[in-house]
Design a protein around this ligand. Structure first.
Ligand SMILES: Cc1cc2nc3c(=O)[nH]c(=O)nc-3n(C[C@H](O)[C@H](O)[C@H](O)COP(=O)(O)OP(=O)(O)OC[C@H]3O[C@@H](n4cnc5c(N)ncnc54)[C@H](O)[C@@H]3O)c2cc1C
Length: 589
């Protein structure tokens, strides 16, 4: 079954839920009139559907191959990559001043969804122009920018983010890769990095590694980490290949999923590198990028769940199995039924839609917050956007990746045994999406970041202000949709009770309750999106589109009645404390 990019749904969200046309005063938004938006999204959809999606299953079967230090990507990837670059999709979010398309993040995020929905492995190679533009924003590196940034934005060169080492993943403070200053102002880097996505491949003539390393004599821990640019080939001059540098690919990982994305072991041996930004400030600089890639995990989770859902919803309308559940009630002879006629099958489909629609709204809404934060001149709007981004980035990264993976498993379930068979194509989404819960900081680490570092900052101002918005949106629901207000109000009471409990809890209890709190906040955020979606659907969907509104209300009701009430259980889990298991000796585990 072919992937179809959800253009109409995205247009509805952008134009009616987020009202992007009202942001014409922000840079890049002057081009988002309804016609141009539709043209951009339709063109991106065609690229995703016709060029990228057909490579997904074959690419997974063929996988990347490692041959004497080089990596061969699956058949068709090179041509598709060339088209990606020719069409400029790789630089959609890069500022026009730097030679990119300068689209708002909120539009670029939709394009990112389409390409990831078509082929998650391929999409891993796509965004290096944007990432490099974030990392190379530092002062004092004008020459490096001239030599390396233009080809990265053009897509003729690509990049990597090289943090992880064999002995350290989560705790990057333990990094050992060493950088030794040279008389010419450059550095010699020595060390080994593992799990580096796109560390070696045949899609571009050069690869620029952004490496975290420790300058000789630097302080221990995260305070002593610096960021370096280490190219595979040095630039002879702007965009021109020079000398081969001392970075080698030792091999690639054979993985559960993302098999067409090269995950590489890289060895740096006296590799020439240049410092980006100030010494010992590398982690802070890398976090500018990682906050984007963490939010991108939410985009990818939506993309994969949508693609898995599309397959499942087609399958259940074709597969005949069992008897129609209602046939026995009226004494009629029971008839063979489609899977779709089984109530439990419908429950699963509703569960998927009840998650995917608000999750897509949430990732786009968050992309809009990034636009406001970076482009608005109004200080209060910027500050509000900053608070939302800080509070909800862990939700996109972790809650959406958990729920996206679960959605793919549920879609697979609808295929029965056939879902376990590779040729059906649905199990690949389960394998590919799984990594989102691990990479970019494991989900448990996101929960700690949220509760132990961000939630109570400024006496929880960001949280309280978000809760006010959510509460207001629920109260604004018309009377015939009172169920939305009731459900949201109950869950907000749970959420605030959990917040208050965690505020007064010991560090150990708060840490042990962090994951459940993060999931609660995720559920409430999705509920908030449902209120915005339903409010917009009431205003804009015309009489002929009344059924679409009715479908949305049915899905929102499902969410409010069957998913959101879990906040009550999460509250009970959090407030039960953790001493009973935290105090157990190691041999109890
Ligand atoms: C397909 C793939 C692609 C990747 N791409 C890249 C890349 O391009 N660049 C790069 O640098 N790295 C990359 N990684 C590495 C990835 O970021 C790390 O695997 C991840 O950060 C976890 O580190 P680790 O594997 O060492 O696990 P560990 O740090 O050993 O952690 C193991 C588990 O322990 C738990 N845990 C650890 N510490 C904490 C804590 N403080 N609080 C709560 N729980 C904790 C978590 O559940 C975690 O999953 C990639 C990994 C994969 C699988």
């Amino acid at each position: 079954m072919a992937y179809r990019a959800p253009v109409e749904e995205v247009l509805f969200l952008l134009q009616h839920v987020l009202n992007v046309q009202h942001y014409g005063n922000l840079e890049g938004f002057d081009d988002v009139s309804s016609d141009s938006l539709e043209q951009i999204l339709s063109a991106a959809a065609r690229f995703a559907e016709d060029v990228v999606a057909p490579l997904n299953q074959p690419g997974d079967g063929e996988a990347c191959r490692f041959l004497a230090g080089s990596v061969k990507t699956p058949r068709g990837f090179k041509e598709a990559y060339r088209q990606l670059v020719d069409d400029g999709w790789n630089s959609a979010a890069v500022s026009a001043k730097l030679g990119g398309k300068g689209m708002p993040y909120v539009v670029a995020a939709a394009i990112e969804e389409f390409i990831n929905g078509a082929n998650q492995s391929f999409a891993m190679y796509a965004d290096w122009g944007f990432y490099a533009s974030l990392l190379m924003d530092a002062e004092g590196i004008e020459q490096l920018r001239r030599d390396y940034l233009d080809p990265l934005i053009a897509g003729t060169w690509s990049g990597t983010m090289a943090l992880t080492e064999p002995h350290c993943g989560t705790d990057v403070g333990m990094i050992r890769t060493a950088a030794t200053p040279q008389p010419d102002g450059s550095y010699r880097l020595n060390g080994t990095k593992i799990f580096i996505s796109g560390g070696e491949h045949d899609l571009t003539e050069n690869i620029v590694h952004f490496v975290l390393a420790r300058i000789d004599g630097a302080p221990a821990g995260t305070q002593g980490i610096s960021l370096f640019l280490v190219p595979k080939f040095e630039a002879a001059r702007a965009g021109m290949l020079g000398k081969r540098n001392g970075v080698q690919c030792l091999g690639i990982e054979h993985k559960m999923g993302l098999r067409a994305s090269a995950t590489c072991r890289l060895h740096f041996e006296d590799a020439k590198g240049w410092l980006i930004g100030a010494p010992n400030r590398g982690l802070k600089q890398m976090f500018v990028l990682m906050n984007h890639t963490r939010r991108a995990c939410g985009v990818i989770a939506v993309a994969g769940s949508e693609a898995a859902y599309q397959r499942a919803s087609t399958y259940v309308k074709e597969r005949v199995q069992g008897r129609r559940a209602r046939a026995c009630d009226n004494g009629e002879e029971s008839k063979a039924a489609l899977l779709l006629d089984q109530p439990d099958v419908r429950r699963i489909l509703m569960r998927l839609r009840a998650f995917i629609e608000p999750a897509r709204a949430l990732v786009l809404w968050m992309a809009l917050q990034s636009d406001i934060y970076e482009r608005s001149r109004e200080e209060s709007a910027k500050e509000r956007a900053r608070e939302r981004i800080e509070l909800l980035t862990p939700i996109l990264k972790a809650v959406l990746s958990d729920m996206g993976f679960e959605a793919a498993v549920q879609a697979q379930q609808l295929f029965g045994g056939h879902g376990y068979i590779v040729s059906t194509g649905v199990e690949q989404y389960v394998r590919d999406l799984r990594v989102l819960m691990i990479a970019e900081g494991a989900n448990g680490v996101q929960a700690m970041d949220l509760v132990m570092r961000k939630l109570f900052r400024d006496d929880g101002r960001g949280f309280r202000s978000f809760v006010n918005d959510v509460s207001q949106a629920a109260q604004d629901m018309p009377e015939d949709l009172e169920f939305l207000n009731e459900a949201m109000s109950r869950s907000l009471i749970d959420l605030i009770a959990a917040f208050d409990w965690l505020h007064g809890a010991s560090a150990a209890d708060a840490s042990a309750g962090a994951y459940d709190f993060m999931t609660m906040l995720g559920l409430v955020s999705l509920g908030y999106m449902w209120t915005l979606i339903i409010a917009a659907a009431g205003k804009v969907l015309s009489a002929e589109e009344g059924m679409h509104r009715a479908y949305k209300i049915a899905r929102a009701r499902f969410f409010m009645e069957r998913l959101l009430p879990d906040t009550g259980a999460y509250l009970r889990r959090i407030t039960s404390g953790a001493q009973d298991f935290l105090n157990l000796p190691a041999d109890a585990f």
